[in-house]
Ligand binder design. Structure first.
Ligand SMILES: [Zn+2]
Length: 341
């Protein structure tokens, strides 16, 4: 009661408004001379962190976000986590000093073979330990960073291969760091329904590379993250991403998809809900705006105008949120396993 009264007396902007959503940012390299498609420049990364500070974002670790969701505890508005995939040396050299200066926690998903074999441009265990002491969580990105979905192998062989990939990485992290955080990031963001079953049977929470905010309605077997390399992390677009919330009141079918026959490309996304809400949804694919089929009986569908020639692509849908001044955002990841990389 007292708290409620205090809240009423405070100006609106000071309220820790609870939207119960969080945004997870995904980086690979932070550097100016690292591979273009997977890099965030030092200047852009610096600007990201300064924006988070200026706008009072609460930067928390992934284990904190996950435990708040699992225990049904509120996530404040402006909750963000920072993650890096693959354990590149540029993260230690360029990102870590800035994160340390801002006292921001972060997570590095490592594929342990790269670190064990001391591969070029990767961090060392010594550097990892130093970052861990300053607030880094080290999490599982499998041992050899292979594609996890099953293709041309028996179910049994696949199960053994993928279990080994995950368990081996976890054992190495445990042995080297005395840490056993069961959080996984799928290599290339690739998963299918078998992967989800296996990962949850092994006791892991897992992240993909499809964008969107997460909240207590999110499936903990494939949580979203916003890739924020130079291409996707520029201002002002990143502000919309940081301010996004999960979709409410609408059902997306499917939530992720595997294209297993020619007839499915381009795939169709169906959304169910009431007519007014459906009309407010806009979806985009790899070649721009998706074709929207007229809503009928509470269903609307979207489809790319022609078949997609890449192994992985996304359909992104957004709509204005009703109760807060934010955008709802969801990304549906599709994989065409017949296309090899
Ligand atoms: Zn990776």
């Amino acid at each position: 009661m007292v708290i409620k009264l205090v809240r009423l007396l405070l100006p609106f902007s000071f309220l820790p408004f609870t939207v119960n959503a969080a945004v997870v940012l995904q980086y690979h390299h932070v550097g100016n001379n690292t591979p273009t498609s997977t890099s965030t420049s030092i200047e852009l990364f610096t600007n990201h962190l300064e924006y988070l500070v200026k706008e009072n974002y609460e930067v928390v670790s992934l284990p904190v976000i996950i435990s708040r969701i699992q225990n049904n505890k509120p996530l404040n508005e402006n909750t963000v986590a920072i993650t890096f995939d693959d354990g590149y040396e540029s993260v230690y050299r360029n990102a870590f000093p800035l994160l340390k200066a801002h006292e921001m926690p972060f997570t590095i998903f490592i594929d342990t073979a790269s670190i064990e074999e001391k591969r070029k441009n990767h961090i060392s265990w010594k550097q990892i330990r130093e970052m861990k002491l300053s607030g880094a969580t080290i999490a599982n990105h499998t041992h050899s960073h292979s594609h996890l979905i099953r293709h041309l192998e028996s179910l049994e062989a696949w199960k053994e291969r993928v279990s080994n990939e995950i368990t081996k990485a976890q054992e190495i992290i445990k042995k080297r760091l005395n840490q056993d955080v069961r959080i996984l990031a799928y290599p290339y963001g690739e998963f299918d329904s078998n992967t989800l079953k296996l990962v949850s049977s092994l006791g892991y929470i897992a992240f993909g590379q499809h964008s969107g905010a997460l909240d207590k309605s999110s499936d903990l077997r494939y949580l979203p993250r916003f890739p924020v390399s130079n291409r996707f992390g520029q201002f002002p677009q990143i502000i919309t991403k940081l301010q996004s919330v999960a979709f409410k009141h609408l059902n997306f079918e499917p939530m992720y998809g595997l294209l297993t026959s020619d007839g499915q490309n381009p795939p169709t996304l169906s959304i169910k809900g009431d007519r007014e809400r459906l009309q407010a949804v806009n979806c985009y694919g790899p070649a721009g705006v998706l074709t929207k089929f007229k809503p009928s009986d509470g269903v609307i569908s979207f489809k790319a105008s022609k078949s997609v020639a890449t192994r992985r692509f996304r359909y992104n849908c957004t709509a204005k949120a009703e109760d807060v001044n934010k955008f709802m955002w969801i990304s549906i990841p599709w994989i065409n396993p017949a296309i090899e990389e």
